[in-house]
Design a protein around this ligand. Structure first.
Ligand SMILES: Cc1ncc(COP(=O)(O)O)c(C=O)c1O
Length: 375
């Protein structure tokens, strides 16, 4: 074990500490208000986030997972439907499709961006396809123009899983504004990290927004009269109020992540390690680096080496979703999506959070370079 201080993947205290007085004041305000579920804090947060994403409608919900579920429910996705998505993502993406009785149809990723390959999406369209669910993985926007063209040609919906990409932009606008619905997460490790579980659904469509709003509260409209079967997908007032304290800092958080990514990029480029190290591609200038993910054939050895030197890393994701036991009945086999499978063997996320001290970042880069040079 290294004698130097550890380098962690995320230090939430470093981010929240400077806001501590404001956060405590907000806590007191909500406590005194006695209004703990939905209400004016939630409405205000929704308006602020709608402006950030560039849509007229935003709906605070209980988690990013529930955002995906509500979005698919609002579109009426269910038994007999297919939703095309990536096998290289967090479980919730496909889990939300399967929970509604629909079939997740996996297609392989583009190895450069780790995002859905539009050519593979096109090939997977069938008469049962209801939606495409791209994931802006690690904060990098998908090729939404290509996906939008496919969706339009086949009259299918696009639901963006933007859980990792709040603030990410493309030439055509921010993620979450580019499909029928967008879904975000405020899990503490996300770019706008909350204080527990919370999420957001965004849309330009007033009717979809209203359906999602009704579904969020058990499908009741008015109260106790249920036209739809919804659930309890509500966000707490306290969560909304605390998130509102952090939201004005989002541009600074994003800038710090980008600076860290640029610093890693420069250090790794100067080391010139060839095929031993692949740094993240930046296809769109609007990448927000929720994660900085390198790839190397020596991934496991490198992760062990870094751990021995007190440096935390993470593997997003060690097993593709088509290989998960719970999806065995979908009939996929290992080998079906070679790029996703290769990525799950080669990827390693390095610490990238905005408050990462520059000296720690340099230590991480030095250890990565030192190890891969010898290997
Ligand atoms: C790509 C992706 N989709 C969905 C989710 C689910 O979000 P949550 O953890 O807020 O339910 C996450 C994050 O955990 C995610 O990274």
């Amino acid at each position: 074990m290294s004698s130097q201080s550890p380098v962690v993947m995320l230090d939430v205290a470093a981010q929240n500490g400077p806001l501590s007085d404001k956060l405590r004041a907000v806590f007191a305000r909500v406590l005194e208000s006695g209004r703990f579920i939905l209400g004016p804090e939630v409405t205000a947060l929704e308006a602020e986030l709608a402006a950030v994403v560039g849509v007229p409608h935003a709906l605070g919900v209980s988690s990013g997972t529930d955002a995906l579920l509500v979005a698919l429910m609002a579109l009426g996705v269910g038994v007999g439907d297919e939703v095309i998505t990536t096998p290289f993502t967090f479980f919730a993406t496909a889990g939300s499709i399967a929970r509604l009785g629909a079939r997740p149809v996996f297609v392989d990723i583009d190895p450069v961006t780790f995002n859905l390959d539009p050519v593979a999406v096109q090939a997977a369209i069938t008469p049962r396809t209801r939606a495409i669910m791209p994931v802006h993985l690690f904060g990098q926007p998908c090729d939404m123009r290509a996906l939008g063209r496919i969706a339009q040609a086949h009259s299918v919906f696009v639901v963006e899983d933007a859980a990792q990409a709040l603030g990410a932009t493309t030439e055509d606008g921010a993620v979450g504004s580019l499909g029928e619905l967008g879904c975000f997460s405020f899990f503490p490790s996300k770019n706008l990290g909350g204080f527990g579980d919370a999420g957001l659904v965004t849309t330009k469509d007033a009717e979809l927004a209203e359906r999602a709003r009704v579904l969020r509260g058990h499908g009741a409209k008015p109260k106790y009269f249920h036209a739809l079967v919804g659930g309890n997908f509500r966000i707490d007032a306290l969560m909304a109020a605390l998130l509102r304290v952090k939201l004005p800092q989002l541009p600074a958080y994003t800038a710090a992540r980008r600076e860290n990514a640029a610093r890693y990029d420069a250090l790794f480029a100067a080391a010139d390690l060839g095929p031993r190290l692949t740094t993240p591609a930046r296809v769109e200038a609007g990448h927000v680096y929720n994660q900085y993910v390198i790839r190397t054939p020596k991934r496991d050895q490198l992760a062990a080496h870094l751990s021995q030197h007190g440096i935390e890393t993470a593997i997003y994701y060690p097993k593709s979703l088509h290989e998960q036991g719970c999806f065995a009945d979908l009939g996929y086999a290992t080998g079906d999506f070679p790029e996703s499978e290769r990525a799950s063997r080669e990827v390693l996320a390095l610490p990238i959070y905005g408050e990462l001290p520059p000296a720690s970042l340099e230590r991480v880069a030095d250890e990565v370079i030192g190890f891969l040079r010898q290997s």
